[in-house]
Design a protein around this ligand. Sequence first.
Ligand SMILES: [Zn+2]
Length: 452
Amino acid sequence: MTGTRWLAEYAWLPDHTEPTADVLIDTADGRITAVTPLAAGSDPPAGVEVLGEAVRLPGLTLPGLANAHSHAFHRALRGRTHGGRGDFWTWRDRMYAVAQRLDPDSYLALARAVYAEMALAGITCVGEFHYLHHNPDGTPYADPNAMGAALVEAAAHAGIRITLLDTCYLTATVDGQPLAGPQRRFGDGDALRWAERVDAFRPADEHARVGAAIHSVRAVPAGQLAAVAGWADRRDAPLHVHLSEQPAENDACRALHGRTPARLLADHGVLGPATTAVHATHLTGADLALLADAGSGVCLCPTTERDLADGIGPARRMADVGLPLSLGSDSHAVIDLFEEARAMELDERLRTRRRGHFSPVELRDAATTGGHAALGWRDAGRIAVGARADLVTVRLDGPRTAGVPAVGVWFAAGAADVTHVVVDGRTVVRDGRHLSVDVPAELASAIAEVTS
Ligand SMILES: [Zn+2]
């Protein structure tokens, strides 16, 4: 691969509280090889020449955004769960109905379109929390990892990286009721059989890695938590878990186990530096300390938590005890990491009736380095020499962003303002168009296939 020279009107460099004007960024073989700020009005420094050959990136160029929590098939539910007002069960019934309809071919088509929508939004890496493993009756496909393979292939088509967080999902309730109806295809029987299946899945593709997930303390019995954590540990893989998304989960866990879900996870060796707790909305102070002591992180999914009426996670308290934060669009009620990032701040304002909780750099880091680290890609999410060549350019001359200073994008821009996306040195989106996927057309046909 030959190198490319980019000239960003503004670029947001690590350790800078604000974007820098006029930055040359050289990339080669999928990596950033040089970052050269051109002081305003000065000539390029020695060794920097052929400015005319640089690809100009008007607007603000950010590092790649990471969507650390996704269930790709939930995208088919967008706008379909609010009829008759729509309660939580309306949403869950619709979700299960779509889950019933998918097979490896239709899931490839749907996920390819969803991941391409993510690319258009500036997302260069997705963490797919994947539990739709088997045939609808629970029997394995001829290739027991056919659904996971479809997701990995979908990410390749869309031009983004994926961490497939293969999810252990065994029971319907905290007290161990068996999976029934639409849930049957989620289960592997027990954690050892889950591990055996996942162990056999080793995609060679450079854009993919495999991690583990525990669906929740509701869906994995306490006695089997350590087996999943042990697998992740042996493979040095990320481990994600839905944690305390709703108070009912806390109540059921306390009733059966006499402790909170976070305490239960800690007692079974699930919390560690590679662990990311997803949501973590209803935590006690002691729960926060457990996560902090273990070095675990939290993935907030504010637009989904809003859509499902889960509540507001204690984001500032998490940051204050040192938990690394990341962001996910989860149910894809919207796919917009700018919206997720500003919700970190704006939801705290609603809760506290006070402004000023997070700096723009903290929002940037949750959407970029934080997410990539949670997904096991520690060499991504920064515009710095040696990092993966992910560049996301946001226009500053559109109807939402005109007149906005570059530092203000987290409170002004949205996914529709992303004009240019480079992933591992390859241009995936140019002038707001995905170069290989007709996103609206493919979303429409893939969703019609599973909802009609
Ligand atoms: Zn989720």
